[in-house]
Write a protein of this length. Structure first.
Length: 376
């Protein structure tokens, strides 16, 4: 006699890296005075964005910790500097934390009842909001919740996705995004007084959200254990195996550096920031000036798009080689040479090439670091 038991917990969480264990880009970064780079990621899959505000919104995005049921859990934290911020208005805003679901992962969610849960902590008590916007930002859902300062609280929101909310022909584009802790004043471009219902328009926060940016102190918001699942109940947080979670993250971002090493260039003209994880090619023939043909480097995980490929090397970002061929074909090895014309070419969703545009002869011992960003 045998029994079949359905595994209802496997991959129930639609959020990748909801436990915030993967930080491939590093564990702390600061934005600039009035705007961050477009979609500033630090924890994998979660970004922040703000624009047009005063210098007080220089936000540090960093890895932190929170006690949940007497157990320490990893958090993502946004901390402003110690300058008061003018109340955002119009097109100026702070989005808090943003998570984007790819349309391949949202296709089967149309018309489904969903439950979003996460732990939230703040330094400023008040009303905060969570918002959902689809690909065209034509329909939104915003809901408020109340926070006590420095008191970690589990927030649970249940809603039904409209039947045609995301595309029926997925292509790797945005399905919908979740915005947690956003703020845009009381009359900004992306605020609403219509709560707890999917509504036509473009909003991610409410007119009654608390301005946690206003004080002259190092105020913060932070999140932990973000989970989106089908049904009307917030079940226990699903913690997938680390390698599984890393593989899922690397559809959107991958690098040659070790997992816990933030990508960076070397400190001077003659060294890399680290030799661990260097991509190495033994031999590259001359491809002809400008011809991006060379040795193929394959990614571990197929990417959402071809993405943005970045080379890391010495302080100027140049890769290196150790020697080359003489006119008679004899190989000469020597000191490490960093050169601007060790280049990348032909990037696609599966990999790229390293090319030799250094010299008309072959070069040896090529070394480079790289990263590819295929996130939103």
């Amino acid at each position: 006699m045998s029994a079949y038991v359905e595994n209802t917990s496997s991959f129930k969480n639609k959020i990748i890296n909801g436990g915030l264990r993967i930080w491939q880009r590093g564990t702390s970064v600061a934005g600039t005075a009035t705007t961050t780079p477009a979609n500033l990621y630090q924890a994998d899959r979660f970004y922040t964005f703000y624009t047009g505000l005063t210098a007080g919104t220089v936000t540090t995005y960093s890895k932190g910790s929170m006690s949940i049921n007497s157990t320490t859990k990893i958090t993502a934290r946004l901390t402003k500097n110690a300058t008061a911020v003018t109340t955002p208005t119009g097109g100026n805003y702070h989005q808090g934390f943003v998570y984007t679901l790819e349309d391949y992962d949202t296709l089967d969610l149309n018309g489904q009842k969903m439950t979003l849960s996460f732990w939230f902590n703040v330094s400023v008590a008040g009303t905060y909001s969570v918002g959902i916007r689809n690909l065209s930002s034509a329909t939104y859902f915003v809901s408020n919740f109340t926070m006590v300062a420095t008191t970690a609280t589990k927030i649970i929101k249940t809603f039904t996705i409209p039947t045609t909310y995301t595309t029926a022909t997925p292509s790797g584009a945005k399905g919908f995004e979740i915005v947690i802790g956003g703020y845009n004043g009381t009359a900004g471009s992306f605020v609403t007084g219509t709560l707890d219902a999917f509504t036509s328009g473009n909003a991610f926060t409410s007119t009654t959200s608390t301005n946690w940016l206003s004080a002259t102190s190092l105020d913060y918001i932070e999140i932990a254990q973000v989970q989106l699942e089908q049904g009307d109940t917030a079940t226990d947080f699903e913690s997938r195996p680390y390698q599984v979670e890393l593989d899922m993250c690397q559809r959107y971002y991958e690098k040659s550096f070790d997992t816990d090493t933030a990508p960076s260039n070397g400190a001077n003209a003659t060294s890399f920031s680290t030799t661990a994880g260097l991509e190495q090619v033994n031999y590259l023939t001359w491809t002809g000036s400008g011809n991006q043909v060379g040795v193929r480097i394959n990614y571990r995980v197929t990417k959402r798009t071809s993405g943005t490929l970045t080379l890391y090397g010495n302080s100027s970002g140049y890769g290196s080689y150790n020697g080359g061929a003489s006119a008679t074909g004899t190989m000469n090895t020597g000191t490490e040479n960093f050169h601007v014309n060790i280049t990348f070419g032909s990037p696609d969703t599966r990999g790229f090439t390293i090319a030799n545009n250094v010299t008309t002869t072959a070069i040896l011992g090529i070394k480079v670091h790289w990263s590819v960003n295929a996130d939103f």
